[in-house]
Design a protein. Structure first.
Length: 142
């Protein structure tokens, strides 16, 4: 479950470690913390993996906003027919659904048919699809 305020920008490539595919965004990602919209920052390495990539940072991250907002976001691939990839997402608060939806990533458009509300959620969903497609292409090559 990635932090809902983490804006992934670049997949961090490690050696072929299959455990990384289990990360919430399908890989480890570097990016920007948007918990304080007027003050985006690039998290340091000590924060990036355990808080940004794994979520549930409430009480552990000094930038995490107070209030009733979400704690984490999870994604899963629902289908892949070659022309498009279906993605389900769940935004969570205290391990319970806060918001959810289905997305369709069009290969021809190289984007979502109807993007989710919120730029950060959209970029997280795209990062998840990119990680999925990368792993799929790696499996074909092998």
């Amino acid at each position: 479950m990635a932090c809902p305020y983490f804006d992934p920008a670049q997949r961090i490539v490690y050696s072929h470690d299959s455990r990384l595919s289990m990360l919430p965004l399908g890989d480890s990602w570097a990016g920007v913390c948007r918990a304080l919209p007027a003050e985006p920052v690039q998290p340091d390495d000590a924060t990036l993996y355990p808080l940004c990539n794994l979520g549930y940072a409430r009480g552990a991250c000094k930038r995490f906003p107070a209030g009733d907002g979400p704690d984490a976001v999870r994604f899963t691939i629902s289908r892949d027919d070659g022309a498009s990839v279906g993605v389900y997402y769940v935004v969570e608060r205290d391990h319970h659904p806060y918001a959810h939806g289905a997305l369709e990533f069009s290969m021809a458009r190289d984007g979502f048919v109807a993007p989710p509300a919120g730029e950060t959620l959209c970029r997280q969903a795209r990062a998840y699809v990119e990680s999925y497609l990368y792993r799929k292409s790696e499996a074909i090559v092998r």
